[in-house]
Design a protein around this ligand. Structure first.
Ligand SMILES: NC(=O)CC[C@H](NC[C@@]1(O)OC[C@@H](O)[C@@H](O)[C@@H]1O)C(=O)O
Length: 267
């Protein structure tokens, strides 16, 4: 019977039936990478007019995956609050969405090396009168559930009342409709929403201690190491810099991801 089952290929999920040699990274579908991402965090990760995932994180990951020998990368939108759990439970091979590396998150997943360090930003309407973090006192502040912004606001914006949203789109429409006074999201995404809706920035909080990394299920060592090797190559040959300049034009560029020759000697 076992022989018949094996021949009929119904011996469990496909990765179970492929040999380690055919599936060295333990992928759900050998030869392709299934990635959990977000559709509304432009320009990190977002879906374009054709519904195609694109952005800095998407293009960097796709480049790194190709260097690891995987050319078929499939991105799927996912609420941020469920994203790491979906990677941890094997529903996806990786999570790519400007996900800051923290010890708390490392309890659920492993991370590649960091690839982007920047700011968390509060955006609001011109008429709100909120010009800095103190201005949030007594105000309704939107956060996306599960983000570092939520954790930071709980700890530091204690006199604001937090309103949790599943994603940036719903939070920003709540700002535009006046049901919240401000939203707390990533710097480059904030800039994009400011341009789109005439919103303004009220505060920039550095988040350099939690650079973004690619999330992978714990124990997927071969995959994590291949991603780290590809990241190092993409940084050293200037691919990272080219993508940064393409997607974040004019933004201050963190030096640690540039080719070694372009990094000013640490003082
Ligand atoms: N896509 C999201 O909504 C993620 C929100 C948030 N991103 C924070 C961050 O990873 O964004 C990219 C860089 O600026 C990092 O320094 C920062 O910690 C988080 O990890 O919780």
């Amino acid at each position: 019977v076992a022989a018949v089952l094996a021949l009929s290929g119904c011996g469990g999920s496909s990765s179970a039936s492929s040999s380690p040699a055919e599936n060295p990274y333990g992928l759900i579908e050998p030869g392709s990478l299934r990635v959990a991402s977000l559709g509304d965090s432009k320009p990190y990760t977002f879906t374009d007019a054709q519904g195609k995932f694109t952005g800095f994180d998407v293009e960097l990951f796709t480049d790194v995956a190709a260097r690891a020998g995987v050319d078929n990368v499939v991105f799927t939108g996912q609420d941020f609050s469920g994203l790491l759990a979906a990677v941890a439970n094997g529903q996806f091979d990786a999570g790519v969405a400007a996900i800051g590396i923290t010890d708390k998150r490392k309890e659920t997943v492993d991370f590649s090396d960091g690839y982007l360090a920047g700011y968390l930003t509060v955006i609001t309407t011109k008429s709100s009168g909120i010009n800095n973090a103190d201005g949030l006192s007594g105000k309704r502040l939107g956060v996306v559930q599960g983000t570092l912004q939520e954790a930071y606001a709980v700890k530091n914006f204690t006199s604001a009342s937090l309103v949790r949203f599943p994603d940036n789109n719903t939070a920003v429409s709540a700002v535009n409709s006046g049901s919240v006074d401000a939203h707390f999201l990533d710097y480059e995404a904030a800039k994009s929403y400011q341009e789109q809706f005439g919103l303004v920035s009220a505060a920039d909080i550095p988040s350099f201690d939690a650079p973004a990394g690619f999330a992978v299920a714990k124990g997927k060592t071969a995959l994590k190491e291949a991603l780290n090797k590809g990241l190092a190559e993409a940084m050293e040959d200037g691919t990272w810099k080219k993508l940064y300049e393409k997607w974040f034009p004019g933004s201050p560029m963190p030096e640690q991801y540039l080719p070694k020759a372009e990094q000013t000697a640490t003082p």
